[in-house]
Write a protein that binds this ligand. Structure first.
Ligand SMILES: Nc1ncnc2c1ncn2[C@@H]1O[C@H](COP(=O)(O)OP(=O)(O)OP(=O)(O)O)[C@@H](O)[C@H]1O
Ligand SMILES: [Mg+2]
Length: 289
């Protein structure tokens, strides 16, 4: 058995692990991880989260801001049971790898009772990032609308706009699928999601839509509709809030309609993952919204 696989196939209950991953920085992994963890909790599931990005720790910091906010308001803001992977900086080589594996296994073990575990990963190829992908039942890869972001998924024939072969990130995902197959696990359900889509349709956007449909077939992933470019995503980190915490009734029409569109996009992502959306408890009124 692969010692980096956290949950054995014959385990009576295996949480569904949703990882956010990409070998590009700043594509929206942590923001999406936070929103998924909070929305799933609000839907009544038992949710865990693990931050594999031990250097930046964005998801951990986002959740810490949320706890501080709840404390300041004097009432709880629901969220996942969280674990952050640490690192023994004095260990090197195989000893460092072994300590990371033990740390990650410990986190998965602590959350073994959960329905869902949302896993955030760093935007580069590390041992921890690979371990996170290996354990993902669902992998969500946010990409920006740029050929640069697509390059890690597929090497492109720029003249004919076709795929010449897998990109470096795809190769890494396929390697984890081989390891999963050896352990009898299903392949990762890989979903690529365009993020920060411009509201003005452009030729580039249309071109990328066509390319992504082609690559989905060639490389073997599914496409999610994705998120538009919305200022609100950049505003909520310090407050530890998500779209689901905002009370739209207090906003002017333009801001309220942008935020309800963003909530719809989140609902569509859940649907693509295969989580049918029961009624979501929204606003725990938070005045800074
Ligand atoms: N749909 C969106 N609209 C506007 N801004 C967004 C959107 N999604 C993410 N952002 C912003 O983009 C930046 C990068 O997002 P985030 O930190 O989630 O990316 P990441 O992939 O986790 O980055 P890293 O690889 O560094 O971990 C942040 O400033 C975030 O607020
Ligand atoms: Mg991040």
């Amino acid at each position: 058995m692969d010692s980096e696989i956290a949950y054995a196939l014959d385990q009576s209950h295996r949480p569904h692990v949703i990882a956010l991953g990409s070998e590009k920085g700043g594509t929206g992994k942590s923001t999406t991880a936070m929103h998924l963890a909070v929305v799933l909790t609000k839907m009544g599931f038992s949710v865990g989260s693990i931050d594999f990005d031990y250097r930046q720790g964005t998801l951990s910091r986002y959740l810490a801001n949320r706890n501080a906010r709840a404390e300041a308001m004097g009432r709880p803001l629901v969220g996942p049971l969280h674990r952050r992977i640490g690192r023994n900086d004095s260990a090197m080589g195989p000893a460092a790898t072994a300590s990371e594996t033990a740390w990650a296994r410990g986190a998965f073990n602590d959350l073994r009772h959960c329905d869902y575990i949302v896993v955030d990963t760093p935007g580069n190829d590390t041992h921890l990032a690979r371990m996170a992908h290996l354990n993902a039942d669902t992998l969500i890869t946010p990409i920006n609308d740029s050929l640069l972001d697509i390059d890690i998924i597929a090497q492109l024939d720029t003249v004919n706009r076709d795929a010449l072969g897998p990109g470096i990130y795809t190769q890494m995902v396929w390697e984890q699928n081989n390891r999963r197959a050896n352990a009898g696990l299903d392949p990762i359900d890989w979903i690529v999601m365009r993020n920060r889509l411009s509201h003005i349709a452009s030729r580039n956007q249309l071109e990328i839509t066509g390319l992504m449909e082609l690559l989905a077939e060639r490389i073997g992933f599914r496409l999610a509709p994705g998120f538009g470019e919305r200022v609100v995503f950049r505003e909520m980190f310090l407050e530890g809030l998500t779209l689901l915490d905002l009370d739209l009734s207090e906003l002017n029409d333009r801001r309220a309609s942008s935020r309800s569109a963003a909530r719809r996009e989140l609902g569509e992502l859940l649907q693509t993952i295969g989580i049918s959306a029961p009624r979501i408890r929204t606003a725990t009124p938070a005045s800074a919204a």
